[in-house]
Design a protein around this ligand. Structure first.
Ligand SMILES: Cc1cc2nc3c(=O)[nH]c(=O)nc-3n(C[C@H](O)[C@H](O)[C@H](O)COP(=O)(O)OP(=O)(O)OC[C@H]3O[C@@H](n4cnc5c(N)ncnc54)[C@H](O)[C@@H]3O)c2cc1C
Length: 239
């Protein structure tokens, strides 16, 4: 796009703000239109009567693998609103048994960095774990071309075809799919889910370091986005 273009971006959620900042950074004149009164879209807090502080509507969790989101926060000088784990530590709570298994990264290189703690974890049986090893191998073997061709295949089908047990799906695959993609394995595209697990969980040793927010989302995200958009020369019109 030519630097002297003029662009109107409709919607001031994360996508619209990132788009406006990216274009403005390339010298494009940008106007951002937002129907609401704040920026950040679904990333905001809801104030309920009787509560001392707002409850976050979305982005309950973030992971280190969310590179673009973290980059957007850094651009807005708001990186400190997320605290990331120094080492992947994923607790699995079994309410009925009152016990917690911790899956954490160890010294082995990916894709085996979680293998030792997964082998010890009590929330999965030996059969579940052996089946999971099979899926990890299939993920590793899958070509990019094959992965892209599976966009219309629900991830649950791929998991079942690759011998995953009901318990491994319920306790391991599905919670991670829900956390990262906001949908369950029945709805998630195999292509996107395989991208997540290949690049994330079994590709990069720190991809699934969990990040938690250190402050109320509306108070931190909207003003930071507004400040940065103004600094970059984007004209922002909210209601
Ligand atoms: C309950 C919930 C929990 C979530 N939890 C997580 C999580 O734990 N981790 C995670 O990574 N993600 C989570 N998400 C997802 C994440 O919040 C969204 O994917 C992301 O915020 C979407 O950003 P967006 O900019 O694409 O859309 P939106 O945030 O929906 O922004 C769209 C914006 O466009 C505006 N708009 C729409 N139409 C017009 C119009 N005609 N004119 C002007 N403005 C318009 C809207 O007002 C809105 O501000 C969650 C989402 C929800 C709802």
């Amino acid at each position: 796009m030519a630097a002297d273009s003029r662009v109107v971006v409709v919607g001031g959620g994360l996508a619209g703000c990132a788009c406006a900042l990216g274009l403005a950074g390339r010298g494009v004149e940008v106007t951002l239109l937002e129907a609401g009164s704040t920026l950040g879209g679904r990333v905001q807090s809801v104030n309920l009567k009787g509560m001392e502080r707002g409850i976050d509507n979305s982005q309950h969790a973030a992971f280190r693998v969310y590179g673009r989101f973290l980059q957007l926060l850094a651009t807005c000088d708001a990186r400190e609103i997320i605290k990331l784990q120094k080492r992947t530590t994923l607790p699995y709570l079994e309410v009925e048994k009152g016990r917690i298994s911790i899956v954490k990264s160890g010294r082995l290189p990916p894709p085996n960095h979680l293998a030792v703690s997964l082998m010890k974890a009590k929330f999965l049986s030996l059969g579940d774990k052996l089946a999971m090893q099979k899926a990890v191998k299939a993920l590793q073997r899958m070509s990019e071309e094959k992965r892209r061709s599976l966009d219309d295949t629900p991830f649950i089908e791929w998991l079942q075809e690759n011998g995953q047990t009901e318990r491994a799906i319920q306790r391991f695959w599905d919670p991670l799919v829900k956390a990262a993609l906001n949908i369950d394995s029945e709805q998630a595209s195999t292509s996107v889910a395989c991208f997540l697990f290949r690049r994330g969980l079994f590709g990069d040793p720190d991809a699934f370091d969990v990040g938690s927010f250190t402050s109320d989302l509306s108070d931190s995200i909207s003003p930071a986005l507004r400040r940065t958009l103004a600094r970059t020369g984007v004209e922002v019109r909210t209601s």
